[in-house]
Write a protein that binds this ligand. Structure first.
Ligand SMILES: [Zn+2]
Length: 246
């Protein structure tokens, strides 16, 4: 845990520097020649990162052996990532902040039966697109028949090369600071991961861990572990965005 604490401190120092850098000072020249006024203008920054807690509402996602629902852990970790990035001066938006599906976010059909999941996923991509964000990050939990499997793994969208940078930075920060034994590699998303397949902006999906592994499930439910996880994901995001080509 010591390395995490040390690392957290350096992240906070970095964050503070970023906040200072983010404050926009604009020198306004008066029309007259004589005097110039120095004014401080904070422009409303555009959304840099959209964070998407997977599932919600009637869609619980994966279920752990003790009944833990994926949607709740996703929201909890996503909110922590949101708080850390916002503290670091990075403007973020979340696709959901409550326990809801998003199928009716943009439309008002009389009957959504049979199309709720489709509309829900479509709308998540639409929220990210309309925000004109630089990075779309979806937070999920994994599950597998074999209980041995554990560890975070990041999937990336093939539609934008900066997605690979984001996936690499998040994966390596987690390995270096939280899961030294994690040998997982980042994975290119196929058409089965709708939100990555349909996003044109840099986009990644973070599978934070396996609900099917009982010891990892216990950690994922722990608020302090969620904070460490969120810190690593956030640091990976900020590192990656400095390297973005587009
Ligand atoms: Zn999921």
């Amino acid at each position: 845990m010591r390395h995490i604490i040390k690392w957290s401190l350096s992240f906070i120092a970095l964050s503070t520097a970023m906040i200072v850098a983010a404050g926009g000072f604009l020198f306004v020249q008066n029309r007259g020649e004589k005097a110039s006024t120095v004014a401080t203008v904070y422009d409303e920054p555009s959304v840099a990162v959209v964070i998407d807690p997977g599932h919600g509402g009637e869609d619980g996602g994966c279920i752990g052996g003790d009944g833990t629902l994926e949607k709740e852990l996703n929201l909890s970790v996503a909110k922590k990532v949101y708080d850390i990035l916002t503290f670091a001066g990075i403007k973020c938006e979340m696709t959901r902040k409550d326990d809801v599906m998003l199928y009716d976010a943009y439309s008002d059909l009389n009957d959504y039966s049979g199309v709720k999941k489709t509309y829900d996923l479509k709308n998540r991509v639409r929220i990210a697109k309309e925000s004109e964000c630089k990075l779309f990050v979806s937070i999920h939990m994994n599950k597998f028949a074999d209980e041995e499997y554990k560890g975070l793994q990041v999937y990336y969208s093939a539609n934008n090369s900066d997605s690979i940078t984001a996936a690499l930075r998040i994966q390596s920060t987690v390995k270096d600071s939280l899961q030294n034994d994690n040998e997982r590699e980042i994975k290119r998303a196929g058409s089965n991961i709708y939100i990555l397949h349909r996003s044109q902006m840099p986009a990644v999906l973070v599978e934070c861990g396996f609900l099917s592994n009982s010891s990892e499930l216990e950690m994922l439910k722990d608020s302090d572990y969620q904070k460490s996880l969120a810190l690593c994901i956030s640091a990976g995001i900020t590192d990656a965005m400095k390297e973005f080509q587009t």
